[in-house]
Design a protein around this ligand. Sequence first.
Ligand code: ASP
Ligand code: MG
Length: 419
Amino acid sequence: MLVFKFGGASVKSPEAVKNLTEIVSSYSENLVVVVSAMGKMTNALEEVVFRYFHQKEGLEEAIKLVEDFHLGIMEGLFPSKSHDVYKKTGHLFSMLASRVSDPPSLNYDYDYDQIVSYGEVLSTTIVAEYLKEAGLRARWIDVRRSLKSDNTYREAKIDWELSEELVKKDFFFGGDQILLTQGFLASTINNLTTTLGREGSDYTAAILAYILDAERVIIWKDVPGVLNADPKWFDETILLRQLSYRDAIELAYYGASVIHPKTIQPLKQKNIKLQVKSFVHPSEEGTLVGDEVYDKLIPSFIFKMDQVLISISPKDFSFIAEENLELILGFFARHGFRINLMQNSAVSFMVCVNNDKTRIPRVVKDLEDHFLVRWENSLELITIRYFDESTISRVLLNKDKVLEQRSKETVQMVVRDII
Ligand code: ASP
Ligand code: MG
């Protein structure tokens, strides 16, 4: 049995869904197919949540955009308006409409998960109907019945014991060849929807592969595999053909957006190989992640834009002592931050995070009760794994270095543009 993951670009149009169907049809093994939201629908739904929660104008338009996008895809796949898919998705659209006609809760992250999850439920409903239409023996499974989590909305932690039991019970093939389900979603013990963090569908694929003892996981992407840099920033990139689990974890951790950071751990534990392949050229090998170490010395570059460097110092100029660090890190953890880099000096503690417009004001407010807080916006965080001096000078062209951290294999630099 293999586990596939498709999402975003690989399901962004009728042609993309047809291409997915061709890829899936070319395999004779049993498949668990994990699908996330279509195109940029998660971002579009985030917009819905924002307007709903803050009771801002434009909510209806934001919802309409989501509906129209899905309708456009369905019209390209199912010419007959009497097809069941229109009824099924129509039902989902009216549930969404009725949810946002009720007043918001007091918890943004809770509302976020209840609304943003429609992206995955809609995409899998459409893809499942199309696979059946194409004659494949496919069954749609609501992953929320099987994957259980705590109630940390937007960053839910899997309850492994319960999930193992439920997944093993629900994910059986019977006469089917394909079990199609949602990435990114789980639910609490009370069946309230949770999400696993942005880009969490890769992680879902890994969890299911682990529990079901899959032979292999394939993540289908619009790039040829894991590259040594994002083609968005570099003209010439190198395909990393084979990566160790360790290298894959590190690259993902520093922000190479090809694989979600949590994905590798469950696979490594059971020695399940991961392939990252192109859905445009499915016969090419892509990148294979496994036990062996290869391509070790090719420098990889990771750029994170729109970074904020928050600098925290004691009000009385005393040293930043351990108790302070505990307090500071506690605030960041409580507000659900992922810290990209931190550095301690005698009089201040610096934390580099993504520019999250809802969370930053909250954490700054908490910090200011105890510390002097300053911050700088519009920074960039550059990570080079397997660096040398020439790779460093290459990325520092026209940049000012604000902060640097080095280990044997990796250098990280916070930089600003020279203007
Ligand atoms: N749809 C979710 C997101 O865009 C999950 C995923 O794509 O993996 O973050
Ligand atoms: Mg993704």
